[in-house]
Ligand binder design. Structure first.
Ligand code: CP3
Length: 343
């Protein structure tokens, strides 16, 4: 098995620097579009055979060193009592978002043995079988703050005003919401590990909406709780907090094995702040992949050089790969990492 990804996560010696891409299964791949043209997004998520097929595509096509299960952060909380729909304009959305304390009281923490998310676990089982240990499979969930914001805003938001008004205007309601989401997310990630996920990643996609002080007080404890609860799964835990630059020193001790860094700061700066107790993942700007192969290679080498300071480096983008990215440029990036990465 090519387990360089798992070894880099744990800070163990690697044969070469492993690489995968956030959102690597998706709209920039013609093979993905071929499947998507016949099926809508939510049906793809809920059909284990289709989810497994598009999960494996980037491994075959790009030669990446890890697969991430095809799913979405928004599907996770549906069994808590939310309806989910999809719009071509905004992506996934909740038509009846959380607006009151009564809504939060009504949210369920689903029974882990009957949580309605078997389609995810079945997709993981199929993938684990089909990958046959070629590369490790990553499971994931939205971090509690990311889910709270989606549930309160209903969809992606420009300024997250509803959530931020709740955080500062009705603190107990916010904390109750975070508690319930965290309990469910713990069960959900644990079940993914039991189904065969070999690493678990938390996407905290709107972490930058909190000041460092509020992040440390209101978000970090839930990340720490998740990491502590999931430690006994034995799989590496990866935390990605987009814009959480002010709390990196604390995130270096949150219990995650890997901190994924966005493109908003230098990787070597991030490593200094994190300290040497964690590995890093990142952090090439996804738009660099629209440049030429020569320019991509140069930027890959710079990022690899900076990553050397960490106990382990998983090469990745600083955010998700963009629709329209030329596939041969993505391949050029993967090849450059494999050619120049440290042994
Ligand atoms: O990395 C992977 O390939 C695994 C699959 C994955 C998807 N979404 C599939 C997807 C993962 C890890 C996600 C996470 C996710 N979903 C996040 C966090 C991302 C981050 O980097 O912070 C967020 C905010 C969402 C919610 C979401 N899903 C939105 C807002 C949208 C619409 C806009 C967009 O980015 O496409 C989606 C749709 C979505 N999720 C697609 C895919 C492949 C595109 C679907 C399509 O083309 O129809």
């Amino acid at each position: 098995m090519n387990d360089n990804f798992l070894r880099a996560c744990r800070g163990e010696p690697v044969d070469f620097t492993p690489v995968w891409l956030k959102r690597q299964a998706g709209r920039y791949l013609p093979e993905f579009m071929a499947i998507h043209s016949k099926t809508d997004f939510l049906t793809m998520c809920r059909t284990p055979e289709l989810a497994a097929a598009v999960t494996i595509q980037p491994v075959d096509i790009l030669g990446v060193d890890a697969a991430i299960i095809f799913s979405d952060i928004t599907t996770t909380v549906v069994p808590m009592g939310l309806e989910l729909e999809y719009s071509d304009r905004t992506g996934p959305y909740y038509p009846h978002p959380i607006t009151s304390r009564a809504d939060i009281d009504r949210l369920r923490v689903p029974d882990p043995d009957d949580d309605g998310l078997d389609f995810v676990y079945d997709a993981i089982r199929i993938c684990a079988g089909e990958l046959a240990n070629r590369v490790p499979l990553i499971g994931f969930a939205g971090a509690p703050l990311a889910m709270a914001s989606f549930m309160v805003e209903g969809a992606m938001s420009r300024d997250y005003a509803r959530l931020r008004r709740m955080i500062f205007g009705d603190r107990p309601a916010f904390l109750q919401l975070m508690d319930k989401i965290t309990a469910h997310t713990t069960n959900y990630l644990r079940a993914q590990a039991h189904a065969g996920a070999q690493a678990l990643m938390l996407f905290d996609s709107f972490a930058g909406i909190l000041s460092p002080q509020d992040f440390d007080q209101l978000n970090l404890p839930y990340i720490e709780r998740l990491c502590a609860e999931l430690a006994d799964t034995g799989v590496p835990l990866i935390y990605f907090g987009l814009g959480a630059h002010g709390s990196l020193a604390k995130l270096g001790n949150c219990g995650a094995d890997v901190i994924s860094i966005d493109y908003g700061l230098r990787l070597d700066t991030a490593i200094k702040k994190l300290g040497n107790g964690v590995s890093v993942q990142g952090n090439l700007d996804p738009f660099v992949l629209f440049q030429s192969a020569t320019e991509i290679e140069q930027r890959v080498r710079e990022t690899l050089l900076q990553g050397k300071a960490a106990r382990g480096h998983v090469f990745n983008l600083g955010h998700g790969v963009m629709p329209g990215t030329p596939v041969d440029h993505v391949k050029a990036m993967v090849d450059a990492v494999h050619a120049h990465g440290v042994a």
